[in-house]
Ligand binder design. Sequence first.
Ligand SMILES: C[S@@+](CC[C@H](N)C(=O)[O-])C[C@H]1O[C@@H](n2cnc3c(N)ncnc32)[C@H](O)[C@@H]1O
Length: 281
Amino acid sequence: MTYKEICEKLRESGIDNYGYDAAVLIEELEGTDVATLRGDPNRDYCSEKLMDAIDKRCKHYPLQYIIGEWEFFGKKFEVSESCLIPRADTETLVETAIKLLPRNAYFADLCTGSGCIAIATLANRPDCRAYAAELYEETLRIAEKNAKKNQVDGRLEFGIADVLCPDCLDVVCKEGNERFDAILSNPPYIPSQDIDSLADEVRFEPRAALDGGGDGLIFYRTITSYSKKYLKEGGIVIFEIGYDQADSLRKIAEENQFSCEIIRDLGQRDRVAVLRAETQK
Ligand SMILES: C[S@@+](CC[C@H](N)C(=O)[O-])C[C@H]1O[C@@H](n2cnc3c(N)ncnc32)[C@H](O)[C@@H]1O
């Protein structure tokens, strides 16, 4: 099949960015660079690997899982069906953390998935260290590989933890041990009943990475309720939130005696909530 024919096949299957996807698949699976692709539009590509990949993409299987890698905050991350594909939206949380973390900070990344938040933050803040927690062993293995790949493994520890359990960080913050300067998290935040109406591609991502319970807020409520126990004085919580969840986060913050600042992403949608413990007057 030629580049044009591959584009046409993807377009007919409803793939929006068919030109981009076709070019990435040819580049990754045939080793053909973009200049060659453009310079020789009638070249025939026929490897079984590429044909399989095109069929998968036509069924809306994510491009990122096909090529097994994705870029986030200028770094490459291995991805598989065991982890959420890092989203450009999440870069707002990383930018906020890089800006707000104090010098030599020690922070936690709860619900780490591919590890993209902790790893991108550490890569840009060589003075910091972190602990990343995830529920699934298989997912955590990917995060560990990504930490090595991006050369931050010396400053990042990992642990299996159910962050819905209020004492989940006791193992790290043992009596006398250091507490965190910040807790970062992009938890699952889609209301359960909305998941089936998401884009076809999202159906292939782990449901556990998306499902935030009936109202989508269970992780925010739970993590906020125990975070002070694990934070140093003046410590902060930085959450990624859904574009329509700012008011709910303000309420959760208030109920737990935190102030709440909402930060917008490049598309001007509410994207990040920064919670600070309110000082007693
Ligand atoms: C929205 S994804 C975020 C992944 C990554 N931090 C990112 O921003 O791309 C949420 C992650 O939380 C994990 N998770 C779900 N329930 C959890 C729980 N109870 N405790 C810890 N992690 C959980 C999922 O496996 C998934 O990796």
